[in-house]
Ligand binder design. Structure first.
Ligand code: UDP
Length: 240
């Protein structure tokens, strides 16, 4: 990473869908390796990196509940999906030579360490990439909210939300060609305009804790480092 990142400790939200690559379900190993490489690039530059990984490539509670399953059970499937993704991402990072640990908010000690703030803080300080899985550990939440929660409790100075587009647009740019991209927004504007960046709980949590949110394209190789150093396009959401 040629330029220095102004951010010292960053929480990356990586959706499950990003791990799908061009597929329709599951983990695409080429996409997994590429994203692990992008995270490794940032970690190697000295930025401490926490990651919250989603599970939408495997299960989404709301969608599964729509088929008749009760919502808390469906959400448990979703949270377990994030654990699988986190284990795969930690493995890809380690194979690439980057020290990483995947910690689950749902204790499963024979599979991976349980998430505790204390252990996560220690691992970040030691330079490990810390992947927080299992969401918040509670149904009726999303991994966006889990990302905001971890960013707040781990003292991250930025929540970097990796998406399929290079920022926040006035409308869905895939459906509306006249949609324009915002360079900057405030948390309040996102809530007032109902912009679909993250769910309301996640935006509210970042606003209360004065954590900027940077929305960038995680599908571009090197997009994470480019966004952090201001070389790539992104939208930054800051205090009102
Ligand atoms: N989930 C949950 N509680 C949490 C986080 C996630 O119950 O704190 C469940 C929920 O069912 C969600 C699924 O896990 O649909 C996968 O997470 P998400 O949809 O946020 O993943 P992403 O869209 O980022 O891939």
């Amino acid at each position: 990473m040629p330029d220095a990142s102004p951010w010292k400790r960053v929480l990356l939200k990586c959706s499950g869908e990003a791990l799908m690559g061009d597929g329709a379900f599951g983990i695409d190993f080429a996409a997994l390796e590429r994203i692990a490489g992008d995270i490794a690039e940032v970690a190697a530059s000295g930025v401490q990196v926490g990651v919250v990984v989603g599970g939408g490539n495997l299960f989404r509670g709301v969608r599964t509940a729509a088929s008749g399953m009760d919502r808390p059970s469906a959400d448990s499937l979703g949270m377990l999906a994030t654990v699988m993704n986190g284990l795969a991402l930690a493995d890809a990072l380690k194979r690439g030579g980057t020290d990483a640990v995947s910690m689950s908010a749902i204790p499963m000690p024979t599979v991976c360490p349980s998430y505790t703030r204390r252990d996560a803080m220690a691992a970040l300080a030691a330079g490990q990439v810390v992947i927080s899985t299992g969401g918040t550990g509670n149904p009726f939440f999303t991994t966006d909210t889990a990302a905001a929660l971890r960013a707040a409790e781990l003292g991250c100075d930025l929540l970097a939300k990796g998406t399929q587009v290079d920022g926040v647009y006035s409308a869905d740019p895939k459906k509306d060609p006249s949609a324009t991209r915002f360079d900057r927004l405030s948390h309040g504007e996102v809530l007032r305009r109902g912009l679909e960046v993250m769910d309301t709980a996640a935006i509210a949590l970042t606003r209360e804790n004065h954590i900027p949110v940077m929305v960038f394209d995680l599908h571009q190789q090197g997009g994470f480092a480019a966004a952090l150093t201001g070389r790539g396009l992104s939208t930054t959401i800051t205090d009102d």
